[in-house]
Design a protein around this ligand. Structure first.
Ligand code: NDP
Length: 528
């Protein structure tokens, strides 16, 4: 049994039976049958069925927020905006676009190499997708990949964090109310070892969101089969504030970006760099803003509880290391139950853990920079590359900076919000992971492409088939010079005429297929 305890007040929220290897294998078999059936449902019909989620969520907002708040300790507005709103947006986006994103695509075909032929790419679902999700946004970070996998035609087995079991239960209950086919969505109860057993049960794709070390273990396990993986890992996201930015707005954004969800967000602002020319003005503004923040539960709190003791220990270690190396802090790191006061740190450097490793808690370290070159160099001086925020009233300059950052995503003159844009593929570079979800690319990533070519040749034999000879070699050489060589079309025809004559039967030159070939030729000119 695993017990779910609320980080708010230590209340017992439920007890859950841990999944065994036997149950996981039985679930995998059932999921495979469900996946086969679901893959045969046309995308339009899948979209109609899944469209029922939106009104269901809207009718349950308060209840959903209650369960999320109790399980995670986050404040109510955070639950609404950080956990539920992105799902509403993603569901709406895929309801509108999934059919066209997944549609079979005609591909232009060279009339010289494949005369009369057509080609296409179909998208097919993987089958069973294992979604392994973390505790910080357990609703959003489980449901977003789960829903995407379903739109793409897969079955899902969800392994939520052992710290988020009531959310796993909630998601499966919501799916049941959509009247999805039996076993299309199932879940497992357990810790990381259950996640490993899930991978050993042989899903067709693993979508993992979590820390770097667990991501490595997931990839290592998946490699034994091998199973493709997408890894959404952590961040150490920089925010660059130039002197020409709107400083008050940048100050409020920095506080929000660093401390929303008590800093337990993969896209939290974890490194704040402020240009020399405004640093001495910006730091007191930041400290003033910090004083206004409220830690607490219910309608008065901006920052809720931290979810786990383990994470608080990391925050404490980063704080202690920074202070030991000469950092100054806005105050001591204080904790009341699981409620932790947010802190700003300065006089920091990249030798400190708080500037190198993901803190995932309410600490905001800030440093100076002199110019664009130094800003880019400091921002890129990290093993992680998830999101980045750039602040300047000169948008061209901000976009120039963004283009030089080693990051999977960036946002100018705002923070965090870009992860909530359902049309933008989201994911990391460097040790922040690989693979993307959200947007068209994110949906296609839950499918694999199958490409096909249909010949419409009326010839008994294609010219490239056996037998080979010196003559056929010369003819093909002439053909290659005609297609790819230099000079005008007339010159290429003239110098290769004897070789081209050998191909006159080839259907590109067959007058009976003239119209079909003209169409192919035009599309090839356009797309190939
Ligand atoms: P963990 O890596 O500890 O856990 C993530 C999930 O993986 C949990 O369900 C966990 O189970 C499971 N797990 C742990 N070890 C293994 C394993 N060896 N094999 C299979 N599954 C395993 O991350 P946290 O839950 O602590 O989440 C915080 C991390 O997630 C942060 O680093 C954060 O940056 C990252 N994150 C990344 C996001 C992104 O989009 N890039 C978004 C949000 C968070 P259990 O918890 O039960 O042990």
């Amino acid at each position: 049994m695993l017990r779910a305890i609320s980080p708010i007040d230590g209340r017992l929220l439920g007890e859950f039976v841990v999944s065994t290897s036997d149950t996981i294998h039985r679930q995998m078999l059932a999921a495979r049958t469900a996946a086969d059936n679901w893959a045969r449902v046309p995308t339009e019909s899948r979209v109609k069925i899944l469209a029922k989620l939106l009104p269901l969520l809207l009718s349950e907002l308060d209840n959903l927020c209650d369960i999320i708040v109790q399980t995670t300790g986050k404040v109510r507005t955070e639950a609404l905006l950080g956990e539920i709103y992105p799902i509403l947006d993603l569901a709406t986006y895929y309801e509108k676009h999934a059919t066209s994103i997944l549609r079979t695509q005609d591909i232009a075909t060279s009339p010289f190499a494949f005369p009369g032929a057509t080609a296409k790419i179909e998208r097919r679902p993987y089958g069973v997708v294992a979604v392994i999700s973390p505790w910080n946004y357990p609703f959003q970070l489980s449901l977003a990949p789960l829903l995407t996998a379903l739109y793409a035609g897969n079955a899902v087995i969800l392994k939520p964090s052992e710290l988020s079991l009531p959310i796993g239960q909630l998601i499966v209950d919501l799916c049941r109310r959509l009247e999805l086919p039996p076993n299309l969505v199932q879940w497992l109860v357990g810790d990381g070892s259950v996640g490993q057993k899930l991978i050993d049960a042989g899903p067709d794709l693993v979508f993992f969101t979590g820390g770097l070390n667990s991501g490595r273990a997931v990839m290592q396990r998946a490699a034994q089969h091998p199973i493709p993986v997408m890894l959404e890992l952590g961040g150490k996201d920089p925010m660059l504030v130039f002197a020409d930015a709107q400083l008050t707005r940048a100050r409020d954004a920095a506080l929000y970006g660093a401390f929303s969800n008590s800093g337990q967000a993969c896209v939290s602002i974890e490194r704040l760099y402020v240009q020399n020319d405004c640093f001495d003005q910006f730091l007191p503004m930041l400290l003033d803003g910090l004083k206004q923040l409220q830690v607490g539960h219910g309608s008065r709190g901006d920052l809720g509880a931290m979810t786990s003791q383990k994470q608080f220990d990391i925050v404490q270690a980063h704080y202690d290391d920074a202070i030991a190396q000469g950092a100054q802090a806005s105050g001591p790191l204080q904790r009341n139950g699981n409620y932790v006061n947010p802190l700003v740190l300065w006089n920091v450097h990249h030798g400190m853990r708080v500037m190198r490793e993901e803190t995932f808690g309410p600490l905001l370290p800030l440093m100076r920079f002199s110019d664009e070159t130094e800003a880019v160099s400091l921002a890129n001086n990290s093993e992680l590359g998830l999101n980045a925020s750039i602040w300047s009233s000169d948008i061209a300059k901000a976009e120039r900076i963004a283009a030089q950052l080693q990051t999977g995503n960036w946002v100018i003159n705002d923070v965090l919000k870009n992860i909530g844009h359902a049309g933008l593929p989201f994911g990391g570079v460097k040790k922040s992971g690989f693979g993307r979800y959200h947007g068209a690319e994110g949906l296609r990533n839950f499918t694999y492409p199958v490409s096909g070519l249909t010949s419409r040749s009326s010839l008994a034999k294609e010219p490239n088939w056996f037998p080979y000879s010196d003559t056929s070699y010369k003819q093909f050489k002439g053909f290659i010079d005609f297609v790819y060589g230099g000079g005008s079309l007339f010159q290429r025809i003239k110098r290769n005429w004897p070789a081209l004559e050998a191909f006159k039967e080839y259907s590109a030159f067959d007058l009976t297929q003239r119209w079909q070939n003209l169409k192919i030729l035009l599309s090839w000119k356009r797309d190939y």
